[in-house]
Design a binder for this molecule. Structure first.
Ligand SMILES: [Zn+2]
Ligand SMILES: [Zn+2]
Length: 316
């Protein structure tokens, strides 16, 4: 036997097969198309049941909780390890992130780490800049990066991209129960809506606004980072891809719209980088740190920030 024959195959970075494609199509229909239908249904349901304070509270609170689960949990903690957190915080953030319906934590982390590795080059799962030039190419790129890529894509090998998560039994368990967390995220607003109004119609209304519309709104906010903020916006820092900042969207994206900052300093739990740039995700990290529940915040130094600034500010 030659040495070549006994040497193990190099680990594959991505996997593609018909079984995975089937799972991706099912996830796309259930978690990406269904919320659109649910949102249309919610609007139609307004004809028989009014949008009241309960619906508004459910929509905002569920959006905020699951949105923080994605940006602080999935993104800043699990993908980039920008800080360390107490185990109960880890568990709560992973569950809240799962409720958003954007995939189990291990898949999300692996896909996003691959995005950073290949950003705007071949292998990036969702770049808007690889679909050709001209208006047609740009529109095609935007549609692809916004959500069409999810119909079918190369699946990043978790063993390669997220070995740290594979060692965390609690996170693996939470990831395995992903579908139940999404269902819980639908059941809670339905239950609250039903109890507050003491009616089945109130339960349906709660499900619609705190469930489907909330998933729809948060998904499109998160996807807009992948699509629009790799094409339009400001670019204060040098980074090898075409990431941009969209400061006006800072509040509604919970800080995620400082996307150029984030690509330039992926190790930073702060995406705004300066105190005056709104970054609700970082406010939560700071609050957790103040309570002793988070530590080792890897905020970049002034020198490091200056070293990557495209227009350097004059030395004081
Ligand atoms: Zn990232
Ligand atoms: Zn990006």
């Amino acid at each position: 036997m030659t040495e070549q024959a006994v040497r193990p195959e190099p680990r594959r970075k991505v996997i593609s097969n018909p079984y995975l494609y089937r799972l991706q199509r099912r996830h796309f229909l259930l978690f990406d198309i269904l919320p659109i239908i649910g949102t249309v249904g919610a609007l139609a349901f307004l004809a028989v049941y009014p949008f009241g304070l309960t619906e508004l509270t459910l929509l905002l609170s569920m959006w905020l909780l699951t949105g923080l689960g994605v940006t602080v949990g999935y993104h800043r903690l699990f993908t980039h390890r920008t800080f360390k957190a107490a185990r109960p915080v880890v568990a709560v953030l992973a569950v809240l992130g799962s409720m958003a319906g954007q995939g189990g934590v291990t898949s999300w982390v692996a896909l996003h780490r691959r995005h950073h590795e290949c950003s705007d080059r071949e292998g990036d799962p969702h770049s808007p800049n690889l679909s050709g030039g001209g208006v047609k190419g740009r529109l095609k790129g935007l549609a692809h990066s916004h959500f069409l890529w999810m119909r079918r894509h190369e699946y990043p090998n978790i063993a390669h991209y997220a070995p740290d998560l594979l060692k965390d039994r609690m996170l693996l368990k939470i990831a395995r129960l992903y579908h139940y967390w999404v269902l819980l995220g639908l059941a809670i607003p339905a239950l609250v809506g039903g109890l507050v109004s003491m009616s089945w119609a109130g339960a349906v209304s709660g499900l619609c606004w705190g469930g489907f519309v909330r998933i729809f709104v948060l998904e499109h906010i998160v996807w807009a980072i992948n699509s629009f903020l790799h094409m339009f916006g400001t670019r204060p820092y040098r980074s090898r891809e075409n990431s941009r900042n969209g400061g006006v969207f800072a509040l509604i994206t919970l800080g995620e719209s400082w996307h150029n900052n984030h690509h330039a300093f992926p190790e930073s739990p702060s995406f705004g980088l300066e105190w005056y740039r709104l970054d609700p995700g970082f406010w939560l990290v700071r609050a957790l740190a103040a309570a002793g529940l988070a530590w080792d915040l890897k905020v970049p130094t002034e020198e490091r920030k200056q070293s990557l600034r495209i227009v350097k500010t004059p030395a004081a």
